[in-house]
Structures are given as C-alpha cells and as structure tokens.
Ligand binder design. Sequence first.
Ligand code: CA
Length: 234
Amino acid sequence: MTDAMHAVLIVEDDQAIQKILTLLFEAAGFRVIVAETAARGELDARLYKPDVIVVDLGLPDRDGIMVIAAIRAWSAVPIIVLTARTAESQRLSAFDQGADDYVVKPFNGPELVARARATLRRHVRGSLPMGILNLGDVSIDLGKRIAHHRDGHEVHFTPIEHRILETLARYGDRIVTHAVIIKEVWGPNRADARSLRVYIASLRRKLESDPCRPQHILTELGVGYRLVMDGNRQ
Ligand code: CA
C-alpha cells in the first residue's frame, strides 16, 4: 500500500454500475465510497473528502447537476459526470456547474479510471502559474504577453487573443465552455460564440502547424474549447 491511496466517491443509484465501478476502482488501488442518492452523495463528499467524485445525473432524489453545484460551492475536488444523457445542453450545464469531465454510458471501464487519474493529476498539479505556456513551436509568456516561435521570430497576438489564451491556460487542460470564455474575455453580454470562433481560428493560424487539424486548441463540439499544453509538468 502506498501513502497515496486515493478515495473515490461514486454517486450512482444503479446497483450493477455501483458494483462494476467499485471493482474497477478498487483494482486500480482506490478506496471506494458509494452513495445512492444526491443527498447522500453531498453528505459523503463532506464526510470523506474524496480525491475524486463520479456523479450520475439521473439520481432518485435530485438531479446530479445539483450535486455538482452543491459540492462546487465549497470544494475544488475533481468531478466526473457519468450519464446516459447525451444532450448537448446537459453536457453544457454539467460543465457550467464545474464538472471536470463527462463520460457517457455505456462506458469503457479502464478509460473511466484513466480519466479519473488524469483529473486527479491535473488537480494535484494545480492551475498553471502565470508563466510560460508552450504550445507546439510557440512559447508564450503570459505575464509579459510576448510570444516567440521556436525559430526566434516574435508571434503577435492581439490583446483579446492573449486573454483567450490566459483563460484557457488557467483551466489547465480542462474543457472551458463558450460562456465562461466569453464572460472572462469580454465580460457579460459583450460577444457571442460566433466572434469567439473567429478569434479561435486566428489563434490556430498563429499557433497550429495545421490549423485545420488543431493539436493545441481543441474544439469540444457544442461545449467549448480545451488547451493541450506541452511541458505542463514543469
Ligand atoms: Ca441513475
């Protein structure tokens, strides 16, 4: 046993899935706590302070989205949504309430555990300090707002483009919804998703070796964007 045995809280009312998840996470070295209702889940989150939480959205007493919102009010613990709901609006509200990842049933067990580990690692590593952001051949000094290509020439970003990069970087490699980016870059009601798309396209032309197949600013369809950074272990 290592000193880093992590606890996972599973908020799920389906007993078959409870069993599968318990086996999977125990095999991966986690301590497992199972809650069958939203109320129990919120309570257990406070009681056991798990390192990661898996939340089903269809719970008997309350919507799982409410569980996410309630836990987010006091904790930054990584939360993964596990649900049969695939509607875009559902994914959006889960992310808006602070979910870190979203897995659709039927799910692939090892992949779910891998995602739990990934959210844990990101959480432990913490948010990116306002330092150097490396995206492919371009290195961006977020504090000074200066960027250079590997070959030495300066890459010019507009102030809005810098703010978009800062916002995405602050979330590490988590998904950031359109609404969050727009609010943080322009303030409320100042821009729409379409103008955001124009800026993202411009950023990709400057950053990506193939802007049509972006490797660094990824689109999460209908939800938002996610940054894939190099050397973010520094
Ligand atoms: Ca359910």
